[in-house]
Write a protein that binds this ligand. Sequence first.
Ligand code: SF4
Length: 66
Amino acid sequence: MKILVDREKCRGSGECEKICPQDAIAIVNGVAVIDAAKCDFDGICIPACPHGAISFLEEEKDAGGV
Ligand code: SF4
């Protein structure tokens, strides 16, 4: 599991940075950057983003499976 920031959608408003309990998000050059070492994947930042820029990225477990 990963948390992904869509750089096209992110406006750097910092709502995610404020809400993250792990202090895992920083706004760098106007885009949210998530520190994977701090993130505990609780998903709190996903609905916090007014631009819908943050989402879970499910890692492909089994290429070719259905
Ligand atoms: S998923 Fe949770 S811990 Fe990870 S960056 Fe978002 S709010 Fe922070």
